[in-house]
Design a binder for this molecule. Structure first.
Ligand code: UN1
Length: 476
């Protein structure tokens, strides 16, 4: 497969190619994708700017129809797109197809939202004056998306942007451009007017930086690392651009004495290891109280030993490879750090029996303390620290003692503890007897502290970022 950039409705090659390899078989090339730079970003922004007035003025039904067609097409092609996603990112086929179907649902949800964008009418404090509050699109939105959800995150940023009348320039992660390229193709096939959706692939240093600095891009929505996100925010602040950041997590999962053990083990395994732990919502700190600690750890060790890691196209496999070399090297460094810091490390080694791919055994860091680096820094791999706590209060204190605040979970059968946790957990999303990862597409997504900045993504709350409010006073 070979993919060019999409600029103003034209497929544009650049003469530079990025070769994407399959993390399950690193000798297999998934495809070659055009490497863009500042020139392509400028052309894409100009095209998006030119397309904006007509797209904004179009009936919301026109926008809804396009999004609906894209959503249906994604579902129709889910098998093929799922296989491609597995090939470029490494998650299992079931996870990958689920992600494509999620992208499909997101487009269909925002097709409806295009028709539902509402305002308010109030009487003025002055007699004979009416006040209207309306929402307007911003213009050209720059979207920067990560490698771990190669189609869902491009969908959940671009669908609301387009639904509310904006035009888009998207830069997908250089490691996984294939799914975003397919999304661009589908949008084109489904009749997106030229320039409404533009794709510029390439590096963060060239494409990302230019997009973030471009004077004609009034808003940037970014998902990725904390370090890059902060730089994006600073640049946007300098030129007064709106910014929305979704970054890291160090999400806690509390397991209380009164938890259902089966639920707790299934929840922890899903949260920590599915999608190879490569979700900003993954649980990487499992905080366990004394009455259940031994039984829980024994069951977790059994699951970690028997978790089926391997070829993600094999339906029996539960965990695929790590997505790329850099990530695997980082994970292995953290496994070594956990041992140096005094945790008991179980698993976490590179799987020598599967040398063709970037396979790593799931890792538990037993007897970890919350001050260890592996309990404070986001690893973004199949690694979880298991931390002992005396009781609910101490567990809650540890859960909240982190620079991050994305998602927080608890396994308990106590209504009081569940309610207390929901109220006191310092996180944007709280899960009770459910994994911290794996969220719905029709409700807000986002966190607090170092995890997020700006207004929420997803659901009808997405209108907050992708529109701006206008207040009009009319003398009657
Ligand atoms: C999920 O847990 O279902 O990059 C989604 C991420 C998040 C998305 C998580 N923005 O991992």
């Amino acid at each position: 497969m070979q993919g060019a950039n999409l600029i103003g409705g034209q497929w544009v090659e650049t003469g530079r190619w990025n070769e994407v390899r399959n993390p399950a078989r690193t000798d297999e090339v998934v495809g070659r994708f055009a490497m863009g730079g500042a020139v392509e970003v400028d052309a894409a922004v100009a095209a998006a700017r030119a397309a904006f007035p007509a797209w904004r003025a179009a009936s919301p039904e026109v926008r809804a129809d396009l999004l609906e067609r894209v959503g249906l097409r994604l579902a129709h092609e889910a098998d093929r797109l799922g296989a491609l996603l597995t090939a470029e990112e490494g998650k299992t086929l079931a996870e990958a197809k689920g992600e494509v179907l999620r992208a499909s649902r997101i487009f269909r949800f925002f097709a409806g939202e295009a028709l539902r964008l509402s305002g308010e009418v109030l009487p003025s404090v002055r007699a004979g004056v009416e006040v209207q509050i309306t929402r307007e699109p911003l213009g050209v939105i720059g979207l920067i998306t990560p490698w771990n959800f190669p189609i869902a995150i491009p969908a959940w940023k671009s669908a609301p942007a387009l639904a509310f009348g904006n035009t888009v320039v998207i830069k997908p992660a250089a490691a996984t451009p294939a799914s975003a390229w397919e999304l661009a193709r589908i949008l084109t096939d489904c009749g997106a007017p030229a320039g409404v959706f533009n794709l510029v692939m390439g590096s963060g240093a060239e494409v990302g930086n230019r997009l973030v600095e471009h004077p004609d891009v009034p808003a940037i929505s970014f998902t990725g690392s904390v370090e890059t996100g902060r730089r994006v925010a600073v640049r946007c602040a300098e030129r007064n651009a709106k910014v929305q950041l979704e970054m890291g997590g160090k999400n806690p999962l509390i397991v209380l004495d009164d938890a259902d053990l089966d639920v707790a083990v299934a929840t922890a395994v899903n949260s920590a290891f599915f999608a190879t732990g490569q979700r900003c919502t993954a649980s990487s700190r499992i905080i366990v109280t004394p009455g259940i600690y031994d039984a829980f750890v024994a069951r977790m060790l059994e699951r970690v030993r028997t978790l089926r890691v391997g070829d993600p196209t094999d339906p029996a496999i539960e965990m695929g490879p790590v997505a790329n070399e850099g990530q695997l090297a980082g994970n292995l460094r953290y496994v070594a750090i956990a041992a140096e810091e005094g945790a008991e490390v179980v698993g976490g080694q590179r799987i020598e029996a599967l040398p063709q791919g970037l396979y790593q055994a799931p890792a538990l860091f037993l007897g970890a303390s919350n001050s260890m680096r592996v309990a404070r820094e986001e690893i973004f791999g199949p690694c979880a620290a298991v931390i002992r706590a005396d009781d609910f209060e101490q567990a809650l204190g540890i859960a909240n003692d982190t620079p991050f605040g994305l998602s927080a979970g608890i396994c308990t059968t106590s209504l009081r503890h569940a309610a207390q946790f929901r109220i006191r957990a310092q996180a944007g999303m709280v899960m009770v007897n459910l994994p911290t990862a794996g969220v719905d597409y029709h409700v807000p997504f986002g966190g607090s502290k170092a995890s997020s900045q700006g207004s929420r993504e997803q659901g009808r709350y997405a209108a907050e970022f992708f529109t701006r409010v206008k207040t009009s006073y009319v003398a009657a």
